[in-house]
Design a protein around this ligand. Structure first.
Ligand SMILES: [Zn+2]
Length: 169
């Protein structure tokens, strides 16, 4: 079965690579006080989500087509996801779980990993820039859709540390 979330994330990364992301330079102390305001280049996929749901309602798309979360994604939701108050738009049986993936040249072995909010806050202070993709998943019916994406990081033009140096730490 096709993994919609992976496809969407992949598409997002392509778009990201084509976009020139503007970096903002923050003072170190300012960063600590403004963690919640550090998200840059925020994209809300609500419109695409509504279009997908409208397509299901009209019968153009089947429920099977949209409830096709890959087993890895369901596993990530179960063990590494973060609960939300949003009821699943398809089965309405359970609340959606957010699974958050991180991507970026600086991340090395952490690229493509699932992270929770506290880890993101730490990473935002450590790395200059990385992209975050949030996928909503229903653990009951396997509905999945890209919810949002944004850029985190200090935005500081850090001297590039090699992955080898980072790995040996
Ligand atoms: Zn559901």
């Amino acid at each position: 079965m096709r993994c919609v979330a992976s496809a969407q994330v992949g598409a997002g990364i392509g778009a990201c690579a084509r976009l020139r992301v503007t970096s903002r330079v923050w003072g170190r102390g300012q960063i600590r006080r403004n963690l919640s305001h550090m998200r840059r280049s925020v994209v809300d996929y609500g419109l695409a989500r509504r279009a997908t749901l409208a397509s299901v309602l009209s019968g153009r798309t089947t429920v099977t087509d949209v409830c096709d979360a890959h087993p890895y994604l369901l596993r990530a939701a179960k063990f590494h996801g973060e609960g939300t108050d949003i009821t699943c738009p398809i089965c309405r049986r359970t609340k959606l779980t957010h699974v958050t993936y991180v991507y970026g040249d600086e991340l090395g072995r952490y690229e493509g990993r699932v992270k929770r909010s506290p880890e993101l806050d730490e990473m935002a202070l450590e790395y200059a820039e990385f992209k975050v993709y949030v996928v909503e998943v229903c653990q009951s019916c396997a509905w999945n859709h890209l919810a949002s994406s944004y850029v985190l990081g200090t935005g500081e033009p850090t001297p590039r540390r090699s992955r080898r140096a980072r790995a040996s730490e």
